[in-house]
Design a protein around this ligand. Structure first.
Ligand SMILES: Nc1ncnc2c1ncn2[C@@H]1O[C@H](COP(=O)(O)OP(=O)(O)OP(=O)(O)O)[C@@H](O)[C@H]1O
Length: 265
């Protein structure tokens, strides 16, 4: 049994005139515990829809999603989502933003002192303890995403769902955050499912890259195993033959075999 099993999932929405708009068609994917899987595909193909289904924010039309054997059909703390926009509460400090999630998830299962230590431990993982008393308006975009990641990790989810978490950041900040996520993955061995538009990001971070065909009725076109040992360092990797080949095959998938959306635009 796979840790996360996406089994023959179809998702459709009611379109204009009562027509059914099939966004995802027969999506099948198994993710193992500790795996880092990236999902890449052209805009509008249904990546966020797939992640939202796993997050339980919407329901499958047919098929099933199971996490450790249990069917997913509602949101839950076992699946934390990090969005492109940080979604921190502006009136709370960095510490209190994380505390909110910790209180909700652990309630009385942890003492006050244990919760405090746990919040600090998670802020430390993303190197944000120095800003614990600041409010979101007082820190940079990259720092806000770090706090969002700390908040998600602090929920101790079974799987971390990342929906283009670095999409709004500049290239340098993005690189720092990618390194932070790789460091966390190495330390904690979390299972991660991440949407990205960035081919280099997908190859650098993922164990497998799931490439989606264009919509409507998008599905998984190919899955690429990224056989690059960890820890991964972006500078030597840029000329590493395995990295270059992986990058090329994703680019060929997106811009040769599945360029339909682009051509139609
Ligand atoms: N709640 C909804 N109701 C109706 N249609 C929806 C809904 N959510 C998504 N869609 C449609 O599903 C399709 C896929 O959208 P989705 O946001 O999943 O794509 P995406 O691959 O994540 O796009 P992007 O890369 O631009 O973020 C789009 O045509 C969108 O209009």
């Amino acid at each position: 049994m796979s840790y996360l099993k996406i089994d023959r999932v179809v998702k459709s929405f009611a379109g204009p005139g009562g027509r059914e708009n099939v966004v995802l068609q027969d999506v099948r994917l198994n993710v193992e515990k500790g795996e880092f899987v990236s999902i890449i595909g052209h805009s509008g193909c249904g990546k966020s829809t797939l992640l939202n289904l796993v997050g339980g924010l919407m329901q499958v039309t047919t098929g099933a999603i199971k996490l450790e054997g249990a069917e997913v059909n509602a949101p839950g703390p076992d699946r934390a989502i990090v969005f492109q926009n940080h979604s921190l509460l502006p009136w709370l400090t960095v510490y209190d933003n994380v505390k909110l999630a910790v209180d909700k998830v652990f309630g009385r299962r942890k003492s006050r002192a244990e919760k405090r230590d746990w919040i600090m431990e998670n802020l430390d993982l993303v190197h944000m303890t120095h800003a614990m008393d600041k409010r979101p308006g007082e820190i940079s975009g990259g720092m806000k995403q770090r706090v969002g990641i700390a908040r998600a990790l602090a929920m101790e989810p079974k799987i971390l769902l990342l929906d283009e978490p670095f999409g709004a950041l500049d290239a340098l900040t993005r690189a720092h955050l990618q390194d932070a996520v790789m460091e966390i993955h190495a330390r904690l061995g979390n299972t991660m499912l991440m949407i990205t538009h960035d081919v280099d990001e997908a190859v650098l971070l993922a164990d497998r890259i799931v490439m989606m065909t264009n919509g409507p009725a998008a599905t998984i076109g190919e899955v690429l195993d990224v056989r690059i040992p960890r820890p991964r360092d972006r500078i030597p990797l840029s000329t590493d033959p395995t990295y270059v080949r992986a990058r090329e095959s994703v680019l060929r998938f997106l811009y040769e075999r599945h360029r339909l959306v682009e051509a139609a635009e």
